[in-house]
Design a protein around this ligand. Structure first.
Ligand code: LLP
Length: 384
């Protein structure tokens, strides 16, 4: 990871901060776009993963579109130069003002998540005298075999519309004058490492697509969502995720005629490009003998371990004496007992002032940061 290579340059930087490896981001985007081009697939970046302006600028240069989940994300994407016709917008609870904005901007697709929402979109589009493009987000009832906090495609989930419900409302949907149903959208979950679940997803899409075409819909796109997982355990083994495998699975199993196939990746594009760099403030040993490293970062910069129990590999980038190690629990400064980055981590003997790199933190790190305890939001440092 980058921090180790440039550790000397980082010593004077005020911590904590996110270190972004822009070279790795570019290599990731090169791999993604060249693999996608083989099949003519269209890729959107899920801006919720990281809305850092320099990152968006780089992604824009590679011609990706955007997947957004709120009016503010949509506005940020448009202000960053992404053309509205490359933007899709999903979310179970879009406010009227957000929908009005999306309709006005004439984006590629509002990915609609309930029958009631579809009626509202129709009404709001009518107010503007427009016909707006919509994909139906289908809940396919698939277990993506990932962490239960980040699955989204199972029957009881709040996301998407069960296809049975779509069928019950087919005539009503066809009668809507101000929405044009242009395709289907699915997103079954995030951090998916068992890629065979995408085969099941394709099979579901095939039958739904065929049924809708039979019922007279002219579907020109299928948006397969995001979800490709990364290697958090040993990031160095897989700095660029395996887009080729996922695309070849979809190519071999998806059967949707001439419809355009879209993806919305977040984590797999940016996670490995970011590290949270934090400095050790204190060494402390609990009455039970646990060795704590108290660092100047916390769950306010990176909430994933506290929120989901997520694992991030941590390295001491200052002390690199592998002969002399100890086991530490690494805790942050926030007034919360769950503010623990990891336990039982074997590190070179670590002391006050050492820099630690919390790896694979480029996705859902900065974008989920908070100001709890009135912490400052973390800075970003970029290296090419
Ligand atoms: N499309 C939709 C509709 C989504 O809801 C998401 C992520 C994505 C695309 C991008 O998924 P990705 O390629 O990043 O897996 N905060 C959690 C992850 C939440 C994911 C939310 N939706 C985490 O830190 O693991």
């Amino acid at each position: 990871m980058l921090s180790r290579q440039i550790s000397q340059q980082l010593i004077e930087e005020e911590t904590p901060f996110y270190l972004y490896d822009m070279g790795l981001l570019r290599q990731t985007l090169e791999s993604l776009t060249s693999e996608a081009n083989k099949y003519g697939y269209k890729v959107h970046y899920a801006i919720k993963a990281n809305f850092d302006p320099r990152i968006l600028e780089e992604i824009h240069k590679f011609g990706l579109g955007i997947d957004c989940a709120s009016g503010n994300e949509l506005r940020t994407a448009i202000e960053a130069g992404f053309a509205p016709k490359t933007i899709v917008y999903a979310g179970v609870g879009k406010r009227d003002k957000e929908l009005r904005y999306a309709i006005e901007q004439d984006i590629l697709s509002i990915n609609c998540e309930s029958i009631q929402e579809l009626g509202i979109i129709d009404e709001l589009a009518r107010e503007q005298g427009r016909v707006t493009d919509v994909c139906l987000r289908i809940n396919p009832d698939i277990d993506p075999r990932t962490h239960h906090c980040i699955d989204t495609g199972q029957a009881d989930s709040k996301f998407g519309i069960p296809y049975e419900e779509v069928k019950e409302h087919i005539d009503w949907i066809k009668g809507l004058k101000n929405v044009r149903i242009i395709g289907l959208h699915l997103h079954i979950g995030s951090q998916i490492r068992e890629l065979h679940v995408f085969e099941s997803m394709c099979r579901k899409v095939n039958s739904i697509y065929a049924d809708m075409v039979k019922r007279g819909f002219d579907l020109r796109m299928v948006d397969c969502g995001g979800g490709l997982g990364i290697n958090y355990d040993v990031p160095e083994n897989e700095p660029i995720p395996n887009f080729a495998s996922l695309f070849s699975i979809v190519h071999n199993h998806l059967d949707v005629g001439d419809a355009e196939v879209h993806f919305e990746f977040g984590r797999s594009i940016v996670a490995q490009c970011g590290e949270l760099i934090t400095r050790v403030l204190f060494n402390k040993t609990t009455a039970t003998g646990r060795k704590l490293l108290i660092v100047d970062g916390s769950m306010t910069e990176l909430i994933r371990p506290a929120l989901y129990g997520s694992y991030h590999n941590i390295e001491n980038v200052t002390a690199q004496d592998e002969e002399n190690t100890a086991k530490y629990t690494i805790v942050g400064t926030a007034c919360e007992s769950t503010d623990v980055f990891d336990q039982n981590v074997s590190l070179p003997v670590t002391k006050r002032g050492d820099l630690l790199a919390i790896k694979s933190a480029g996705a859902y790190g900065m974008s989920m940061a908070s100001r709890y305890n009135l912490h400052d939001l973390p800075r970003a440092v970029y290296r090419t």
